[in-house]
Design a protein around this ligand. Structure first.
Ligand code: ATP
Ligand code: MG
Length: 602
């Protein structure tokens, strides 16, 4: 490609709204053009990057046995009603909908379990056809609350979504593990350092799931991990060990104490410490957080309890309430109570809620890890400016408690696997794999004929990779002060040749053109920068765009030499005749390194 024909449009200034490197650099280098709020056009350079990501992902999913298909983006409401997810996705407002001219409503695919399950029920009739995996890489729509960070969180993006069908859980386990390997292989070839963490299954549902994370300070996910034991989990799901609170000098019976205007736990404890309870600490207090959980048919008021020094994990709480509600669930939406709702539930100002008498909620859930029902605690008294000191959940509760896992695990907590302490880091979720079980097949009546001549629902798995998000994650992991440093496997072009002679310097032009033609004939994606620009401008552009390897034909040509330089590496002088071969070898070695890393995945 000749640079003069590339319509290269780089910006010197950072776009004002870009908060993270990938958004900033992809915009400045002309990969990404903002077409509307949360809507992006992929320029010619990004198109090439995404195409390469797509290809590598497809190769690995094919290798794992996937069959590529294309599903419609417009999906009938009736199909989503059959799985029960229409209500869920309407409630969370995740799904964008459109109407056709007859008024029929369609959802724009946020994911495609319904469509593929319906398809499998028609084309997979016998156990002999199992297992089978269908996948696509296609546009997805999600009405994100807060689109941001450029390609990272958008309303319209490309996802690889795969769905597997099985007759036994053992078969699902094999495919699930095969997909885990396929993901790791793909990420290594893509140049991403990604790792699997235990994850919550969310609205997709199912029994087990792992997310693939790229470590990055700008990541929106929090991961708890212990490098020694190998434990790693999203905070939404993480388990841990938390040291028990230890004793304090509590009154024998729950005692109503006037705690004027102190609602926050640290303030209450501070107040008590100077008013007769010297050794009570936040770990001895009971935190009560009030929510409203919405299901398809009702709003449930909920009180959640954790130890005073800890926080309620809303994902865990949502799951706990869904378990509790059984057929009356699932929870479609969970939100904190408004101050007025708190007043109605407790008869007190916010800050004085507790599980004693006077609390009026439909459901009360207590954290089983941090709370000891028999230990004395400090609880809100459901009376403005009052707390109950020495309150015991097993003795004094005025509500029926359900015990479940609610607490947010944090750095410093013990590794749930037994030894060591958990650390915390931020990650970008680039992929997710789920064991779905029979959730969709039972709901939709998708069955196959078993060896026993009976009909059985499919056991299913589903798998997603954020194809377009991967491009942004790659930039987060690979950039420097000058711009992007694309891994060779996904770079839009691999080599750029920059002639720096005076216009009309025939020797320089000839050298550059010769190397260009040789690289083209070797199948290398190469740019010849034939623009009428100063060398400094050209160098800056290619560093920003992130081309992995640069060849400069300039003054040295007179002595038969050109300069070669890997992006971010050292300059070397080479005879003109060797430059193309050197570049091609360097590129092929980098690709071979990535393939070897992929082959090392177990
Ligand atoms: P997130 O937690 O980031 O919202 P998710 O868990 O809802 O993602 P999945 O349903 O697991 O996403 O989708 C599979 C993959 O699709 C994700 O791992 C991610 O890489 C990508 N993805 C999801 N939402 C978006 C989005 N709004 N923009 C770009 N990529 C996305
Ligand atoms: Mg996910």
């Amino acid at each position: 490609m000749r640079a003069s024909r590339m319509n290269l449009t780089t910006l010197r200034e950072d776009p004002a709204e870009a908060e993270i490197a990938s958004h900033r650099l992809l915009t400045r280098a002309g990969f990404l053009y903002k077409s509307g709020a949360g809507l992006y056009l992929y320029g010619p350079l990004l198109q090439r990057v995404v195409e390469r990501i797509r290809r590598i992902v497809s190769e690995e999913i094919n290798r794992a046995g996937g069959l590529e298909i294309t599903m419609p983006i417009m999906q009938e409401q009736a199909l989503w009603e059959r799985s029960g997810r229409w209500a869920t996705y309407q409630a969370s407002r995740t799904m964008l909908t459109v109407k056709d001219r007859s008024g029929q409503v369609f959802g724009l695919a946020p994911t495609a379990e319904e469509v593929v399950t319906d398809y499998a029920s028609k084309v997979v009739t016998s156990y002999k056809q199992l297992p089978v995996t269908f996948y696509q890489q296609h546009t997805k729509f999600r009405d994100e609350i807060r689109p941001r960070f450029g390609l990272m969180r958008v309303k319209e993006f490309i996802m690889m979504d795969a769905y597997s069908f099985h007759d036994t859980t053992a078969s699902l386990d094999v495919t699930y593990d095969g997909m885990r390997v396929a993901y790791q292989r793909a990420f290594r070839r893509l140049g991403l350092e990604a790792f699997a963490v235990e994850a919550d299954s969310g609205a997709i549902g199912g029994s087990g799931s792992h997310e693939f994370m790229v470590a990055a300070a700008v990541g929106e996910d929090t991961i708890l991990y212990n490098a020694d034991s190998g434990y790693a989990a999203n905070v939404e799901r993480a388990h841990g060990r938390i040291a028990p609170a230890g004793p304090w000098t509590a009154p024998v019976a729950a005692t109503l104490v006037h705690t004027p205007a102190v609602g926050a736990i640290t303030d209450v404890i501070g107040f008590l410490n100077t008013n007769g309870y010297a050794d009570v600490q936040a770990v001895h207090a009971l935190k009560c957080v009030l929510f409203v959980a919405k299901t398809a048919t009702a709003d449930h008021t909920v009180a959640a309890f954790v130890r005073g020094d800890r926080d309620v994990n809303e994902v865990k709480l949502t799951n706990a309430i869904t378990r509790l509600l059984g057929d009356a669930g699932p929870v479609l939406n969970l939100r904190p109570m408004t101050p007025d709702e708190v007043r109605a539930a407790t008869g007190a100002e916010p800050g004085f809620a507790g599980p004693g008498t006077g609390l009026k909620v439909h459901l009360a859930v207590a954290d089983k890890l941090t709370l000891d029902p028999a230990a004395p605690t400090v609880a809100g008294a459901n009376k403005t400016d009052h707390h109950l000191v020495g309150f015991r959940l097993d003795r004094d509760a005025g509500v029926t408690l359900t015990w479940d896992d609610l607490v947010t695990i944090r750095a410093g907590d013990g590794d749930p696997k037994g030894t060591g302490v958990l650390d915390e880091k931020r990650g970008i979720e680039v992929g997710h794999i789920f064991k779905l079980g029979t959730k969709y097949s039972v709901a939709m009546g998708a069955e196959y004929l078993g060896q026993d001549q009976k009909r059985h629902p499919f056991i299913m798995g589903c798998y997603g990779i954020g194809t377009s998000r991967v491009a942004a994650a790659a930039v987060e992991q690979h950039h420097d002060a000058d711009g992007i440093r694309w891994p060779v496997t996904i770079a839009p072009y691999q080599v750029v040749i920059v002639p720096t002679g005076k216009p009309g310097d025939a020797a320089v032009e000839q050298a550059a053109e010769g190397i260009y033609q040789e690289l083209l004939s070797q199948g290398i994606d190469v740019i010849l920068d034939d623009r009428d620009q100063k060398p400094g401008v050209k160098f800056k552009d290619w560093d920003l765009v992130g081309i992995p390897y640069r060849i400069v034909a300039g003054r040295g040509v007179a002595e038969g030499l050109v300069e070669v330089k890997p992006r971010g590496g050292e300059v070397a002088n080479l005879p003109i005749a060797q430059a193309a071969a050197a570049a091609a070898i360097w590129i092929k070695e980098r690709i071979a390194e990535r393939n070897a890393a992929a082959d090392a995945v177990r």
